[in-house]
Ligand binder design. Structure first.
Ligand SMILES: Cc1cc2nc3c(=O)[nH]c(=O)nc-3n(C[C@H](O)[C@H](O)[C@H](O)COP(=O)(O)OP(=O)(O)OC[C@H]3O[C@@H](n4cnc5c(N)ncnc54)[C@H](O)[C@@H]3O)c2cc1C
Length: 454
């Protein structure tokens, strides 16, 4: 299993720059405090450190939230959903950022100076980022029709989905069932391994050889925000210790709404949408089981099979909203969910029955009422002014792995005093009573459709 530097005993020894030592009991002063060490918090900390800022990443259990469960599909095309057109723009932006983001994490290279080889460097980045395509498969005639309807909507939105015959699909993936009804190829939907990504960013963050990167991983729990007059000035930990920070980023997924000292009137309506997911090992005689990610519709129910280069596959994911424990990120695995995933995966790929079961995991995706993230500065509550010193980055629901590079880039732009009008629709105050949306830019075209949950 991959380990996380913040959980290892030597983590405090590797911190650098102007931050003070963890465990010393003294207050910490940094440019940026990031609360939450999932993929989103790690990516923001990394981008902030690269910008030359001193950073502390605060999490008592980094990488164990939704990011631990995620399949890691980077799928703006097959993830197009009805009435989520604003999200499509953000997903496409994130997808375009992925090659350089992954390349920037490759050990011992400064990829930013060498943009032409981003793809090659990204492949060797130690994150499991690969640009192999996605095949979308319909199990029966009704599934094929639903996928064809969706392809029309994807085309309307400028997305490329190539129809294949079943024979063509089986020439790409010979272990696909000959009984499937329809197939499509999406070249733009890729994947990363979220666990390797987390470990790689964590290593890079505390690597003193990385130019500009000055980050301390602090294995601690944030209790709330510190205020200095009308601006947020850092974090109070649950042991009472203070972190002084010029910018504080709330990137703690489902935990964001539970922090003390949120700006008055700010409502962050997060809810856990639980998903079960399975990891399996492919025996030697079946390798490679797949070379592409396979997403299927099986009698109206979505399922996906994501091959990893370590000889394992990930099969996911169910979607259920039953409250296990109000707001909990971790949930019990559902027996019915696992049965459904294995049953449907075998319809597409009968050899799934021969795989070795390694792990069943369930986590809560941080959902919001419009399925879009809460991302940006808090504004529009009392007046149009920003709450200074605070950036919110949560609610990434089904897309947090895909969106992480975009979230990081948007957060650092805000720290630099820049804001892109395309992303005002994601302002975190938009569900608060009294929110004035006068400055918010909205997408006008409602014609989008939906596929499967991640
Ligand atoms: C089964 C499943 C499959 C998925 N598949 C995909 C996929 O293929 N592609 C994709 O893009 N997305 C996928 N997702 C969604 C993705 O996992 C999430 O959107 C993403 O992980 C959210 O990341 P995060 O960093 O915001 O939150 P999390 O990963 O949940 O991290 C939040 C962190 O905050 C910490 N924390 C909480 N409270 C505090 C506090 N008070 N102080 C300090 N730390 C705190 C927690 O310990 C945790 O480490 C999937 C999700 C699930 C459940």
């Amino acid at each position: 299993m991959l380990s996380h530097p913040a959980l290892s005993p030597s983590s405090s020894e590797t911190s650098a720059g102007s931050v003070s030592e963890p465990g010393s009991g003294t207050d910490i002063s940094v440019d940026v405090a990031v609360i939450g060490g999932g993929v989103v918090g790690h990516a923001i900390a990394w981008e902030a450190a690269l910008s030359g800022r001193s950073v502390v990443l605060i999490d008592d259990a980094p990488g164990t939230g939704a990011s631990w469960a995620a399949a890691g599909m980077l799928a703006p095309v097959s993830e197009l959903h009805y009435q989520e057109e604003d999200l499509l723009e953000l997903m496409l932006e994130a997808s375009a950022l992925w090659p350089a983001f992954a390349a920037g994490l490759a050990p011992s290279i400064d990829s930013r100076a060498n943009k032409d080889s981003d793809e090659a460097e990204a492949a060797g980045s130690g994150t499991g980022y690969v640009t192999t395509p996605t095949l979308v498969i319909g199990a029966d005639a009704a599934d094929r029709r639903a996928l064809e309807d969706l392809r029309l909507v994807q085309g309307t939105n400028g997305l490329t989905v190539e129809p294949l015959t079943v024979r063509e699909a089986r020439s790409i993936e010979p272990l696909l069932s000959p009984a499937v009804a329809g197939a499509y190829r999406i070249a733009a939907d890729h994947q990363v391994d979220p666990r390797r990504l987390l470990a790689r960013i964590a290593e890079a963050l505390v690597d003193p050889r990385r130019s500009g990167a000055t980050c301390q991983m602090l294995p601690a729990r944030a209790a709330g925000l510190r205020w200095d007059g009308d601006r947020v000035a850092g974090v109070v930990l649950d042991n009472g210790r203070a972190i002084h920070a010029g910018e504080t980023v709330l990137a703690n997924g489902l935990g964001a709404e539970k922090l003390d000292g949120l700006p008055p009137g700010l409502d962050l309506p997060l809810r856990p949408v639980y998903g079960d997911i399975i990891r399996l090992r492919v025996p030697a005689h079946l390798q490679p089981l797949l070379t592409s990610t396979v997403r299927g519709m099986v009698h109206g129910v979505p399922v996906y099979i994501v091959p990893r280069d370590d000889g394992t596959v990930v099969i996911g994911a169910t979607q259920r909203e039953a409250a296990v424990e109000a707001g909990a990120a971790e949930a019990a695995v559902s027996a019915g969910g696992i049965y459904q995933l294995l049953r449907d995966a075998q319809v597409l790929l009968p050899a799934v029955a021969e795989l070795e079961l390694l792990e069943c995991t369930a986590r809560g995706r941080p959902g919001t009422p419009d399925n879009a993230p809460l991302l940006g500065r808090v504004r529009g509550l009392r007046d149009d002014a920003d709450v200074l010193g605070l950036i919110v980055a949560t609610g990434f629901f089904r897309h947090g792995i895909l969106l992480a590079p975009a979230a990081a880039s948007i957060c650092v732009q805000l720290m630099d005093g820049r804001s892109d009008p395309r992303w005002t629709v994601f302002e975190p105050g938009r569900f608060s009573s009294g929110f004035s949306a006068g400055h918010v830019r909205r997408h006008s075209d409602p014609a989008t459709a939906g596929t499967s949950p991640q």
